[in-house]
Design a protein around this ligand. Sequence first.
Ligand code: THU
Length: 148
Amino acid sequence: MSEPEQTTALLHAASAAALTAYAPYSGFHVGAALRFADGTVVTGSNFENASYGLSICAETSAVIAANLLGRRTGLIEVAIIGGPLDEDGKLAPTAAPVTPCGRCRQVLNELAQLGGTDPLVYSGHADGHLVHRLSVLLPVAFGPGNLA
Ligand code: THU
């Protein structure tokens, strides 16, 4: 698979994960897909709460899923996409890119730093995606090394 095809495939995995989101309060269904150096892809979706502020984002649920699978190193790419569902239950991605929230940047940083990587983050939207290094989204990050 060429590099652009791999990126598209990761965004597709994130779109598929968005269909598992539990988002009855916002109606904003988000999926995240993490790719590891060995090619493994782990996904997550947002899981909201009746106490709205306790909702869990897609990126954070993907990191927890990765940990459950024993994956703490080799995070190289992250894809995120979100939007409402259309009347056929298909994801209708927003025109604006879904960039990770501040809390999720910090959660992704923990996993990245454990394996010494600086993953590319693809923020999907209706017409494509933006790409940033995590270190650009979260400069001068506090991580495991800062506790030494
Ligand atoms: N959300 C995510 O899951 N990831 C993001 O990057 C942005 C926001 C979720 C949180 C909440 O369930 C809904 O989207 C609306 O903010």
